[in-house]
Design a protein around this ligand. Structure first.
Ligand code: NAP
Length: 268
């Protein structure tokens, strides 16, 4: 089936009419789930602000989105750099939706053998990154009178698995940010949504985890007929953020059919 973007290019569909175009900021939009989410939110009629450290990639994606009739801006941003995040927030303008997607795993060692530097790096991006960007953009989200904060956590945010210690700990913390913020903002016009995907065969996740070792990265998905794709996750993000304003999807867990739990994967 052709994408909404393709069909819009052919004049078959139009972006949903928004009186003023809503703006969605996506962190980690240079790859995988973040890039797919940016494309999809643009198709839904949002102006998308693409952020990541790899400038060339987000600039190319912004061009691609503009080429298919969407609106996009690319802004280089490392979410672990608080000063850079504050400068970004000062210049971004209107923000209706924040998708906290930047993150990932480094290493698959046991707790006994894990490198504290890897644990620290995972905490910096998956936890403090979410904290930095959310804190910095809350005033803008509040100012719209109808803001949405989304945290892309993981099923690692909900249960442990062997060799996942540092990532599991970081994603549990990201889950806790979402849960706490939802309580603290109750009564304000801001939704807090958490999407927790299981196994996604995205562009970079396994490669980053295994430090560029393509063989080890490929083994993660070996024999799994259909892991989730980045587009599957983008679909759940788009669905969750386009519900009516009073509907808050607190926590949505999405896994491939072949994965019944973090450690229970059917391999053919
Ligand atoms: N793949 C899975 O199985 C899976 C499952 C559940 C949850 N997730 C989560 O989904 C999110 C996206 O992962 P993915 O699978 O799409 O992996 P990916 O293809 O490796 O994408 C990771 C993205 O995060 C960005 N990023 C990393 N560190 C950053 C930093 N310090 N500042 C800004 N951006 C940074 C990267 O951009 P730059 O390198 O250009 O900065 C990249 O765009 C992550 O939070 C991941 O933990 C993935």
């Amino acid at each position: 089936m052709r994408s909404i973007g393709d069909r819009r290019q052919r004049g078959e569909v139009r972006a949903p009419a928004m009186t003023e175009q809503k703006v969605a900021v996506v962190t980690g939009a240079s790859s995988g789930i973040g890039a797919a989410t940016a494309r999809r939110l643009a198709d839904e009629g949002f102006e998308v602000v693409l952020t990541a450290r790899r400038t060339e990639r987000i600039e190319a994606l912004a061009k691609e989105i503009e080429g298919r009739g969407g609106t996009a801006r690319a802004v280089t941003l490392d979410v672990t750099d608080r000063a850079a995040v504050d400068a970004f927030a000062a210049g971004v303008g209107r923000v209706d939706v924040l998708v906290n997607n930047a993150g990932g795993a480094v290493g698959a060692e046991t707790v006994e053998h894990g490198d504290p530097a890897d644990w620290r790096a995972m905490y910096e991006v998956n936890v403090l990154g979410v904290l930095h960007v959310t804190q910095a953009l809350l005033p803008a989200l509040r100012a719209t009178g109808d803001g949405t904060v989304l945290v892309l956590s993981s099923t690692a945010a909900l249960a442990a698995y062997e060799g996942g210690g540092g990532y599991v700990a970081a994603k549990h913390a990201a889950h806790t940010i979402a849960a706490t913020l939802r309580l603290e903002l109750c009564g304000e016009p801001i939704r807090v949504i958490e999407i927790a995907p299981g196994m996604v065969k995205s562009e970079g996740f396994a490669i980053t985890r295994f430090r560029g070792d393509e063989e080890k990265a490929a083994a993660v998905y070996a024999g799994v007929a259909e892991p989730l794709t980045s587009e599957d996750v983008a679909d759940t993000v788009a669905w969750a953020v386009t519900r009516p304003s009073h509907v808050n999807i607190d926590l949505l867990v999405v896994r491939p059919r072949a994965q019944a739990a973090n450690h229970k994967v059917h391999r053919g």
